[in-house]
Write a protein that binds this ligand. Structure first.
Ligand SMILES: Nc1ncnc2c1ncn2[C@@H]1O[C@H](COP(=O)(O)OP(=O)(O)O)[C@@H](O)[C@H]1O
Ligand SMILES: [Mg+2]
Length: 351
């Protein structure tokens, strides 16, 4: 029974750990809040049965070492979220390209080049426009449309020279941010926060490595007024759509979410289940848009996402495409699956 196991939870306020801790307390599951940054974390974990850590792309230190600690925990025999299969490609669109190709997923055609000559040869013959992306980043901050060969060549040159800062700058998405503050009648508040925001951005910039040594392009799939965000957690699939920003092709980070399930292509649901299964992923969020023939194509995947956006979905599908009405917190679903695995493991061990 899971009650005999201690579930270790790395706490980060505002992350999935808030609900994980709350749920464990509610359900009477023995849990321990652990600090995965502690130098003796591995020996501390040795007495636990499971580890949950919602690590984030927004913390360079998480990206530096979270997967190392999680993998070590897996080796100790703990049930882990996210496990290696779920997290190895997180915040890395290049890793996702290899993964999605390996499992035969309908990824939008993507190219990665590791030297300038090959990149330029590709650019010379490529169909434009192309979408240029850094492998890292969220909310569309590192995604842009490249309309000309000279623009593509300039980006490639920079990729093999000084590289790019992967974190947002003061002018990134400024129009959207001002727009949001305006709708909240909070322009003055936003201006007051400018100095703190600049300090935070500067700190993030200093800590993050520059992105260089590769250049990544994706075919541009035009005419999508929204993208379809599918989220598979175990046997559940959630979906919503995000409208692109006005006058832009990018949806991610627009903040304009629509929960009308009639906007979801049913093929996205089956594909998402199938890809998550083949990737052996405990949790996988997909960005889909349609190609010229109307078929859904995957742009990227992620184990982590904004949980309240998924909670707001009116229901979810199971693997047989049965619809289940009602809201589910992703954190609860993740914990439920982990406890189930733990229970199975303990039952099998005591037989
Ligand atoms: N190849 C593409 N064709 C058309 N639209 C795209 C393409 N790639 C990205 N987009 C749009 O840009 C948004 C951000 O791209 P994405 O790869 O998801 O980056 P991020 O990690 O910032 O979310 C997507 O939500 C989608 O609306
Ligand atoms: Mg995205």
């Amino acid at each position: 029974m899971a009650g005999t196991a201690t579930v270790a939870i790395h706490r980060r306020e505002g992350s999935y750990s808030d609900r994980w801790i709350g749920r464990c307390a509610e359900l009477g599951i023995p849990y321990a809040v652990v600090d995965c940054y502690a130098p003796d974390i591995v020996s501390r974990l040795a007495s636990c049965r499971a580890l949950l850590w919602h690590f984030t792309h927004a913390r360079p230190c998480d990206l530096l070492m979270a997967r190392n600690v999680l993998t070590a925990a897996e080796l100790l025999g703990l049930e882990v979220f996210p496990d290696r299969a779920t997290s190895w490609h997180f915040d890395d669109k290049i890793a996702q390209k290899y993964l999605l190709e390996a499992v035969g997923a309908p990824l939008a055609r993507s190219w990665v080049w590791y030297d300038l000559e090959s990149a330029n040869a590709f650019i010379d013959g490529a169909t434009l426009p192309l979408v240029f992306k850094l492998r890292r980043g969220a909310g569309s901050v590192n995604v842009r449309l490249v309309r000309t060969r000279s623009e593509a060549r300039a980006l490639a040159r920079r990729a093999f020279d000084g590289g790019f800062a992967p974190t947002e700058g003061p002018l990134t998405d400024a129009r959207r941010r001002v727009g949001r503050a305006r709708t909240r009648h909070d322009l003055a508040g936003m201006l007051l926060r400018v100095p703190a925001t600049l300090i935070r951005m500067n700190r993030a910039r200093q800590r993050a490595d520059r992105e260089k040594g590769y250049v990544y392009f994706q075919e541009f799939l035009p005419g999508n007024a929204f993208d379809m965000r599918l989220t598979v957690i175990g046997r559940r699939a959630f979906a919503f759509t995000r409208n692109v920003r006005p006058g832009d092709f990018r949806a991610s980070g627009s903040g304009s979410i629509d929960y009308d399930v009639r906007r979801i292509d049913p093929r996205c649901v089956t594909t998402a289940f199938e890809v998550a299964r083949r990737a052996r992923s405990q949790s996988m969020a997909f960005d889909f848009v349609r190609d010229a023939s109307g078929a859904p194509r995957i742009l990227e995947v992620s184990y982590g996402f904004l949980s309240k956006a998924v909670y707001a979905c009116p229901g979810h599908w199971d693997e047989r495409l049965g619809w289940h009405e009602g809201h589910v917190w992703p954190e609860d679903a993740i914990l439920e699956d982990l406890l189930e695995r733990l229970e199975g493991g303990i039952d099998a061990a005591s037989m």
